[in-house]
Ligand binder design. Structure first.
Ligand SMILES: *Cc1c(COP(=O)(O)O)cnc(C)c1O
Length: 426
């Protein structure tokens, strides 16, 4: 492995101009007490840092790059779109094509609005839910991440389960007082909130497969409970499928578990590596959005022709090659899980679904936020740095998932397993 001189130098320079040297905190490697690599380029399953080191990439831009890096078909679609101009602030054909494609793959999204990030999609979907139901309170789950908008940066306050407080400085208490917190996979915690605030709750938002406290799967009956209780109380159910959309299969988690939410938010894969987010649902609900209705939401670069070109091509490839791609990714994920379990045995807990997996350094079964928090993050850091040093790039935080792309081949998995097999727990 080459010394990381150039990465170190760029990090030093970046820190002079950018807070912490990064444009999104997880990139800083702070959670694993390291310094970030600066990436020069990527191709297929591999990324290359500025010092010329090659890594098998299991971050894949946090899942966005489901086809691996620089897929020729996607790159060519982007290049062709660039030749026609970058942005017009007027409707373009791509917007309709992408919205139609999304609706075909996720039938609950009859009407779709395109935005530029997952954060924006979620923030807008919540506004729509409140505007539609005329109820201000929302329920979110501890450990689920829905982007960095004010009302969603909350944590449960001490003492009462229901009293939420801002999880970031700069967020006024007034902005989070309508956000109630329940526990993922804990039906009772949801029922309790509805008992107390039932007529004031406009929406429940959930990552149907939680992937931002590490990967945590919904237990049998949990998503059904959310569907039923929201229907009962005339609240909307919002599935935040920014990660799970097009990842658990073409139909996302809602297809996988066969549950139809009222609103869905998308990001990451839907842009195929470019900044695209989307939210949508039943026509009747989405008709409250401006210009049709009274809920305002807009964006200068929304539905940008270059970004949508990447999204369209990515979704078309997934649609055309779907079964083959998803099967291969899942098999590869399972091979990794087996190798990890064989090597680390009962020292770790591994969650996996489709092409997502997480290794938790804990002896407890990880089923929710509190059990995820039992992980030994120092052990994770040690594992992370060992893998990185051996050419395997995984998430620089215990609480993120590992992503496999369709570009990961047998050789990549073989090599990764070989590295995993040589790891010794201290
Ligand atoms: C990444 C993520 C978001 C935020 O998307 P950005 O594009 O980073 O704003 C929202 N929800 C979930 C579930 C995510 O994983």
């Amino acid at each position: 492995m080459n010394r990381l001189n150039k990465s170190r130098e760029l990090y030093r320079k970046s820190k002079s101009y950018i807070p912490g040297g990064v444009n999104s905190p997880v990139r800083s490697f702070m959670a694993v007490k390291g310094r970030p690599l600066f990436i020069d380029k990527g191709k297929g399953s591999k990324i290359y840092d500025v010092d010329g080191n090659e890594y098998i990439d299991y971050v894949c831009s946090w899942g966005a790059s489901i086809l691996g890096h620089s897929d020729d078909r996607v790159i060519n679609a982007v290049k062709a779109a660039c030749d026609k101009g970058l942005t017009f602030g007027a409707p373009t054909k791509n917007e309709y094509i992408l919205a139609k494609l999304i609706g075909e793959l996720m039938p609950s999204m009859e009407s779709v609005r395109l935005v530029s990030s997952g954060t924006e999609a979620v923030m807008s979907a919540i506004r729509v839910a409140r505007g539609y139901t005329k109820k201000d309170m929302i329920v979110k789950f501890r450990g689920c991440y829905h982007g960095h908008s004010d009302g969603l940066l909350v944590k449960a306050g001490s003492g009462s389960l229901t009293q939420s407080i801002p999880d970031s400085e700069g967020v006024p208490l007034d902005y989070t007082k309508n956000t109630l917190i329940a526990d993922y996979n804990n039906e009772e915690s949801v029922e309790k909130l509805f008992k107390q605030y039932g007529d004031k709750i406009g929406a429940v938002i959930v990552e149907p497969v939680a992937a931002n406290m590490g990967l945590v799967l919904p237990q049998k009956g949990f998503l059904e409970l959310l569907r039923n209780i929201t229907l009962e109380h005339e609240a909307l159910l919002i599935f935040d499928e920014v990660i799970s959309g097009f990842r658990l299969g073409l139909g996302g988690a809602q297809g996988y578990y066969n549950i139809k939410p009222d609103l869905t938010t998308l990001g990451k894969i839907v842009g195929g590596g470019m900044p695209v987010g989307a939210y949508g649902g039943k026509k009747e609900i989405m008709s409250v959005v401006a210009p049709l209705g009274p809920v305002y939401q807009a964006g200068t670069l929304s539905g940008n022709p270059i970004a949508t070109a990447a999204g369209i091509m990515t979704l078309l490839i997934l649609k055309n090659e779907g079964d083959k791609i998803y099967d291969r990714m899942e098999n590869n994920a399972k091979r990794l899980v087996n190798a990890i379990k064989r090597n680390l045995q009962d020292q770790v807990w591994v969650n996996q679904i489709g092409s997502l997996l997480s290794v938790f350094f804990t002896t407890e079964a990880v089923i929710d936020y509190s059990t995820a928090m039992t992980s030994d993050v120092d052990q994770y850091s040690r594992y992370f740095h060992y893998l990185l040093h051996n050419g395997i790039y995984t998430a620089p935080s215990q609480y993120e998932a590992m992503f496999i792309s369709s570009a990961h081949g047998d050789e990549d998995i073989d090599r990764t397993i070989q590295v995993i097999n040589n790891y010794k727990l201290k």
